[in-house]
Design a protein around this ligand. Sequence first.
Ligand SMILES: [Zn+2]
Length: 104
Amino acid sequence: MRYANPTRGLHRAAFGFKRDRLPNAVEYFREQGLKLVGGGEWKSAVCPFHQDTRPSLRVRIETGAFRCMVCGAHGGDVLAFHMQRYELRFIEAARTLGAWEEAR
Ligand SMILES: [Zn+2]
């Protein structure tokens, strides 16, 4: 899934998306109720995007990237996950995750 980053070209702006404030991927997925299993950089979890019966979702703990081998849901970070799970727009999801600095 691709989405526009509305902060592009505004790197010096005081407001906007702050990637470094995104939650840690392991903690985020745990809070989302995902049980991460397996060793190594990629973990497996029961996919929340379809009626999954066994861990079909692959999650990269370093970046938050995810991909489901059954339904095809995928994204590059916890923000993409949050947008898809709760059908939020970029800014809404960034706000919810505490990674959006409001204009003053
Ligand atoms: Zn799935």
